[in-house]
Ligand binder design. Sequence first.
Ligand SMILES: Nc1ncnc2c1ncn2[C@@H]1O[C@H](COP(=O)(O)OP(=O)(O)O)[C@@H](O)[C@H]1O
Ligand SMILES: [Mg+2]
Length: 211
Amino acid sequence: MQTILVANPKGGSGKTTVATNVAGFLAGKRQRVVLADEDPQQSSTQWLARRPALFPAVKPMPPERRELRELDPHYVVIDSPAGLHGERLRDEVRRADVMLVPITPSVFDMAATARFLAQIAEYKAVKEGGLAIAVVANRVDARTHSAAELDAFLQGAPFPLVAHLRDTQVYVHCARDGASVFDLPRSRAEADWEQWRPLTRWLAKQARAAG
Ligand SMILES: Nc1ncnc2c1ncn2[C@@H]1O[C@H](COP(=O)(O)OP(=O)(O)O)[C@@H](O)[C@H]1O
Ligand SMILES: [Mg+2]
């Protein structure tokens, strides 16, 4: 079982968008996927509730440890709340195999994310190579100045930047419909599949490395 933690202390950076789309992608690859919604706002729980029964199944995190064992998932995807910090963050990081940090191109986000990444890099679990961490640039408009600034900023980050996701209503519609871009027809989502490819490849590589 691989635990994928999606975290960034900043609200609105794309945690739920990344977590639900990662879950949808893995489910589409016939993996058993559990989505753990740790945010009191319960956005991914609502997404799960709206997910059409005909789409590849994503299960909610059951309340009991024993039930999780029975589900025997290949992946647990954790959608974490804004403001996650301190001991709770350290615990989540320690329990994860993989961590994805979505970040949007705004100077405020970048400053907060820089502090967050520097803090994570100091964790024992991270220093000892216990988990793989990657940054996902979200809501990027390649034409804007801030996209270039984000790229420059991430050049110096301690973790790789594995994908650029564009700013598109496709994600808003997916959130509304309990879908991931991988559940959509090629005609609507091909550009987005393309953008996700380096990220899904990176995830597959981490899974292989874990055996
Ligand atoms: N790439 C994107 N393009 C367009 N809208 C997006 C994108 N990513 C996120 N959003 C929208 O921005 C809002 C915040 O994203 P969300 O994933 O909920 O962030 P978080 O979980 O970090 O608070 C949501 O309404 C979501 O649908
Ligand atoms: Mg959220």
